[in-house]
Design a protein. Structure first.
Length: 117
């Protein structure tokens, strides 16, 4: 699957997803300092699912009328080590295959998905 990892996604999580065979670009390397709007626009243009820990993307998703060829996964998990976060991100991503076309919130207890308009 094609993902765009926001700057706040730890390197361990990016590496874990790549090791699992996913195509992951990382904003921290490719375009550091980009605005949220630019990051979301890039995800749409490149048809990638955005992975982020920034809840501002929830507001953007609701306002932006995103096409179904993209998606957003917002992780809302407690502070933890980078390696533990990587395990949670990898396990969550592998638990489903229908990330495209949804705004998704992943927390400690569940995965909530809302279709994009």
């Amino acid at each position: 699957m094609r993902f765009l990892a926001n700057e706040n996604v730890p390197l361990d999580a990016v590496s874990a997803l790549r090791e699992m065979g996913h195509d992951v670009l990382w904003v921290r390397v490719d375009a550091p300092g980009s605005t949220d709007e630019d990051i979301l626009s890039r995800a749409v243009t490149e048809e990638r699912v955005l992975i982020t820990f920034d809840k501002d993307f929830g507001h953007l998703a609701l306002r932006s009328h995103l096409p179904r060829q993209t998606g957003i996964i917002l992780f809302r998990i407690p502070e933890s080590s980078s390696s533990n976060i990587a395990k949670i991100v990898a396990a969550s991503i592998e638990s489903r295959s229908d990330w495209t076309g949804h705004f998704t919130v992943v927390d400690k207890f569940r995965i909530r998905m809302r279709p994009l308009r």
